[in-house]
Ligand binder design. Structure first.
Ligand code: PLP
Length: 405
């Protein structure tokens, strides 16, 4: 299928190119010592990860350990309320550990094992990526260092406990504001010192090449399963698909299964409290081209051109940029990116819980809220939502801040 200039029949052969570019976005803007480390991972990815041995081992793990394939559920009561549009959800909340993040963490850790590495390292903000990676490290018997700001360690006690129970080493970072940015810097510094023995596992389709490509490919299992399951359930493709976009990994894996189909694709960004800079994290909607964390993409900048402060009720979405492939799909208009605010998100959180018995993650609730609005606009047809995770982690916060709605 052609979309403007881009032929999606051959898309995955051409995007990214060999330097990691999706059009002008992507690349690897990193110091020389890290370039060697990234080249080593790229090389290993194209040899090891394309071998049948690796592919078969990952398939077995997906089935026996992660519990894949995750099902698609038809939302009968919610669809009934919204008129003549049929809504469905792909249940990544039922993936082991309760979200899609384990899909790429198992791939990255398996690659680390095949490369003969002893340790995986990463940073974490809210702790979700840290928990998923600690799970993968425990499974493969790898050491695991998770860098986390001191402020986040205090706020995210249950996830810190999970990581420790799983055997990970949580490294407290006290520099600067002691949150995610400082944790990224500390983790990268540690990696530069020690990359012979370890591999840095990035938590989304962001960072320098090859991570946007590699994380997309490990997440593509979601889109491949969803397309096949939906055809099997209904005999047709969905008219529209919807996913939330933070860094963009759940969305990219899900979208990749449908890029070459006549399906409308929507990426939903967090509008938070409103459209003023600092009140949201809708980077593709309000941002402009720029480089951060080793890649060129669309980002939210402050008056000095540095990454701007961002906010969302969903801690997994408050990142000032998104993966380079999203920036590319945004510019060629293959995917429509739009926003949902905190308030509509919390409404959707309760609506899905009450009508369907599924408590969604606040991140995923953004996609549900958007799909409900889209259903009203469409009037008829079908929408498939990627439910990226479950909401157990968010319950205390929602009850305390919003009460029962
Ligand atoms: C981390 C997280 C996200 C956001 O990450 P992406 O890379 O944008 O997918 C979304 N949903 C859940 C449940 C998460 O844990």
């Amino acid at each position: 299928m052609k979309y403007g200039e881009i032929d999606f029949d051959t898309y995955f052969k051409n995007y990214p190119d060999k330097n990691g570019y999706f059009g002008k976005y992507g690349g690897a803007y990193i110091p020389d010592e890290l370039k060697n480390a990234m080249d080593e991972i790229t090389e290993a990815y194209f040899t090891i990860c394309k071998s049948s041995k690796f592919i078969n081992e990952l398939r077995r793990i997906r089935k026996e350990f992660q519990g894949r394939p995750t099902p698609i559920s038809y939302l009968e009561r919610l669809s009934g309320k919204l008129g003549h549009v049929q809504l469905y959800v792909k249940r990544e909340d039922l993936n082991h550990t309760g979200a899609h993040k384990l899909n790429h963490c198992m791939g990255e850790a398996l690659l680390a094992k095949y490369m003969g590495k002893k340790k995986v390292i990463a940073e974490t903000g809210a702790g979700q990526h840290g928990v998923a990676l600690a799970t993968a490290a425990a499974y493969f018997g790898l050491e695991c260092d998770i860098y986390m700001g001191a402020v986040d360690i205090k706020k995210q006690a249950p996830n810190v406990a999970r990581m420790k129970i799983l055997g990970a080493n949580v490294v407290e970072v006290t520099d600067g504001l002691a949150t995610l940015k400082e944790a990224v810097d500390a983790a990268f510094a540690a990696y530069s010192r020690d990359y012979k023995d370890c591999i840095y596992c990035i938590g989304s389709v962001v960072g320098p090449h090859p991570f946007p490509m590699m994380v997309r490919d490990f997440q593509s299992v979601v889109g491949i399963e969803a397309r096949e399951q939906f055809l099997d359930m209904t005999g047709e493709l969905p008219d529209a698909i919807v996913a939330c976009v933070g860094g963009g990994s759940n969305a990219m894996g899900f979208f990749s299964g449908f890029l070459n189909d006549p399906v409308d694709i929507y990426g939903v960004e967090p509008l938070g409290r409103g459209s003023a800079l600092g009140d949201h994290a809708a980077s593709l909607t309000y941002g402009s081209e720029g480089i951060m964390h080793g890649f060129n993409s669309i980002m939210l900048k402050d008056e000095n051109g540095d990454p701007a402060p961002v906010y969302s009720v969903a801690s997994g979405l408050d990142y000032p940029s998104s993966g380079p492939e999203h920036a590319f799909l945004h510019d060629i208009e293959r995917v429509k990116y739009d926003v949902v605010n905190d308030d509509d998100t919390i409404d959707a959180f309760f609506t899905l819980s009450r009508l369907e018995g599924i408590i969604p993650a606040i991140e995923s609730s953004h996609a549900v809220a958007y799909a409900m609005k889209l259903a009203e606009k469409m009037g008829r047809g079908s929408i498939l939502i990627n439910l990226s995770g479950r909401g157990d982690k968010d319950m205390d916060y929602v009850i305390e801040k919003y009460g029962i709605r």
